[in-house]
Structure formats: structure tokens, C-alpha cells
Design a protein around this ligand. Structure first.
Ligand code: WQD
Length: 348
């Protein structure tokens, strides 16, 4: 695509970094804005190590609307992919205001900056957690929202804002992608999930447990109405997730607001996931059955039919692929990412 420029907020994060590499591989110019609050600047070096492409990085917070406006004035952005957000369920229960400030106000700041320069095409990182405690065994985009924690409510609020915004602006095109549980890593082992501190999400915790960085996995809840009593999720390979973003982006700026599930349609319990990761790592993984985690729900499994029909998107990678790739990244990066190398940063 050459001159087609995509601005990616949160582009040094787990999904964002894989998305940036995928866009560069497909000929897009990429501009990353990220405040590095839950990621490392070294990711920029890794993205560049994996291939060519025009990549720019600005270390800034999306709530810093002046700095954001300067980036939009410097680059002729065609479309924005908005990942930058806090995303841990339990964390959000303990600090809701940080989640609403970062996730909801951050979106409003981004929309103002886009509007100021006439960029009207947005791909928004949303979440299956919006569905909450649903009776639907296979959730469709028409399944009623029932968020059960501040993180999920912040994502639902963002979707409501975007839908209202688009209803008055026919020239705007916004696509909300509701991820289920992204997992895995880039096949090279150079990009993966490396949250700062103790991982809240189960897959990076399992990887660190297998590597001996953690002592035991606390299994949050064994009395759910599921076959083995542990909660069921729809784990989806991060590479499948980012392909969904590119297909949504390449669908072109259809006017209006759309939402799509990005899931496999396959549910996996916590105990099944532990077994799969033991196979991938060749390690026995100790766990302890605990009470339920506040904000959690028994099951979240997608119906991916709409994304298949309208975007031509299908997840192709398996849970085995996810565990294998996640373990490869852990082995290659025992302590996660390091710091940003000098000079890898642009100044807005
Ligand atoms: C998965 C299961 C836990 C940790 C994630 C993202 C969120 C959204 C949806 C994209 C649950 C259990 C976990 C642990 C455990 N994705 N668990 N012990 O909560 O489904 O949400 O997917 O937007 O951003 O956070 O993912 O990995 O935290 O939990 O038993 O130490 O594993 O109770 O049943 P979750 P998770």
C-alpha cells in the first residue's frame, strides 16, 4: 500500500505490536503512539528486527490531546486502530476511575484529534467482556450487553459513544472488534505477551509458571456451571486477531458503526488450558483451586459467523498453536522485554 498510513494507539502492547508488524508486512506505513504504561519500548526494536517498513513511534498518552494533535499534523493518517486501554478484569474492579479515565476519556481525546484533521476511519479494540454473564452458549453481536466489571463497562460505554457519534456523521466509518481471549505469540518468538508485574491474564501466567518465575496458579473458581466446574473462555491466537483487524481496515471506510466478534467459537476451561500448556511446555503446572474472581463470568464463547460473512475472516490457529507459540516466546524472553534502545523514538 506504500503511502497508506495507519496510526496505532497502544502499538507496543501485546495485540498492538503484532498488528503493527502485520500492517508493515502488508505495505502500510505505521505510526505508533503509546505511553508504555504496560509495555516496553524495546517492542519497537523487535518490530523493526522482524522486517522492513516505515514505522514511527511517539511516546505519549492518548489523553494528551495536544501531543496527539501534533502527531496528526505531522503524518497524513488514513485510518486509526485504537488499542490503548487498560484491560484487566480484576484490576478494573479495584480502580474503576483509572479505567474510565484511560479507556473512555482516552477515546474522546482521540476522536477530537481525529476530527480536528478530518480522519474519519477508526478500528476500535473492544471486548467480549461486554456480554458479561450471558446464557448464550455462542454469543452473537446481537447478544445483549451485560458487563459485570468496570473494564467491560468502559468498553461498552466506548461502543455507545461511537455509535452515537457515527449516527450524526455519515462520512465516518467505525468498526468495533470484540476480542475474546487473545493468546499466543509471533511465530518468531520475538513478539509476545509480556505484561509488567504479575500477569493478570492466565496464559502469560502459565508461561511464567512453566518457566519457574511463578510458584502456583490460583484457579479462580471451581464451582461454575461447566463440565469441570472451571470457567470457559474462547482463546484466540493473536495472529488471527490482527488478521481480523487488517480485513476490517481493508474492507474500506463503509459509513457507519459496525461491531464484530473475533473468536474461534471453541470454548476451553481453565483446567483444559492448564493441560494443554503442560503439553506445550513439557512441565507439570501446579495449581490451587480458589474462590471465584470478582467480575468473572462462567463462560464466554463467540459465534464468529458475522465476521466470516462480512469480513471474510476465520480464525485458523488452534489452542495447541497458542500454547506452543506462547511458550516459545517465554523461553526466548525469560524476563520479558528490556528497555527501548536509544534513538528509536520520534518526538511529537
Ligand atoms: C481467563 C480465565 C479467570 C488468571 C480477558 C482480557 C480482556 C478481554 C477478555 C480482550 C478466567 C481464569 C485467570 C489466573 C485463573 N480480552 N484465571 N487464574 O478475564 O477472560 O479477560 O479476555 O479485550 O481484556 O483480560 O481473561 O486470562 O484473566 O482469565 O483462574 O491467575 O482464567 O478466572 O476464568 P479474562 P483472564
Amino acid at each position: 500500500m506504500g503511502e497508506y498510513t495507519v496510526l496505532v494507539t497502544g502499538g507496543t502492547g501485546f495485540i498492538g505490536s503484532h498488528c503493527c508488524r502485520d500492517l508493515l508486512d502488508n505495505g502500510y506505513d505505521v505510526v505508533i503512539v503509546d505511553n508504555l504504561v504496560n509495555s516496553s519500548g524495546e517492542v519497537i526494536d523487535r518490530i523493526l528486527e522482524l522486517g522492513n517498513g516505515n514505522l514511527y513511534f511517539y511516546c505519549l498518552d492518548v489523553n494528551d490531546s495536544d501531543a496527539l494533535a501534533r502527531v496528526f499534523q505531522r503524518h497524513a493518517v488514513d485510518v486509526v486502530v485504537h488499542f490503548a486501554a487498560h484491560k484487566a478484569v480484576r484490576d478494573s474492579v479495584g480502580r474503576p476511575l483509572e479505567y474510565y479515565t484511560n479507556n473512555v476519556s482516552g477515546l474522546l481525546s482521540l476522536l477530537a484529534a481525529m476530527q480536528s484533521v478530518g480522519v474519519q476511519h477508526l478500528i476500535f479494540s473492544s471486548s467480549c467482556s461486554i456480554y458479561g454473564d450471558s446464557n448464550d452458549s455462542a454469543l452473537t453481536e446481537a447478544s445483549p450487553p451485560s458487563p459485570t466489571n468496570p473494564y467491560a463497562r468502559s468498553k461498552w460505554m466506548c461502543e455507545v459513544i461511537l455509535e452515537d457519534f457515527c449516527s450524526q456523521r455519515p462520512a465516518w466509518s467505525v468498526t468495533a472488534l470484540r476480542y475474546f481471549n487473545p493468546a499466543g505469540a509471533h511465530s518468531s518468538g520475538l513478539l509476545g505477551e509480556a505484561p509488567k508485574g504479575v500477569p493478570s491474564n492466565i496464559v502469560p501466567f502459565l508461561a511464567q509458571l512453566a518457566a519457574g518465575r511463578r510458584e502456583v496458579l490460583e484457579v479462580f473458581g471451581c464451582d461454575y456451571p461447566t463440565p469441570d466446574g472451571t470457567a470457559i473462555r474462547d482463546y484466540i491466537h493473536v495472529s488471527d486477531v490482527v488478521e481480523g483487524h487488517r480485513l476490517a481496515l481493508e474492507r474500506g471506510p463503509d459509513s457507519g458503526f459496525r461491531r464484530y466478534n473475533l473468536g474461534t467459537g471453541v470454548g476451553t476451561s481453565v483446567l483444559e488450558l492448564i493441560s494443554e500448556f503442560e503439553i506445550a511446555s513439557g512441565r507439570r503446572l501446579p495449581y490451587r483451586l480458589m474462590g471465584r474472581r470478582p467480575g468473572d463470568v462462567p463462560q464466554l464463547v463467540a459465534s464468529p459467523a458475522l465476521a466470516r460473512a462480512e469480513l471474510g475472516w476465520v480464525a485458523t490457529r488452534t489452542l495447541t498453536d497458542m500454547c506452543r507459540d506462547s511458550w516459545r516466546f517465554q523461553v526466548a524472553n525469560p524476563s520479558g522485554y528490556g528497555a527501548l534502545s536509544p534513538g528509536a523514538r520520534s518526538e511529537a
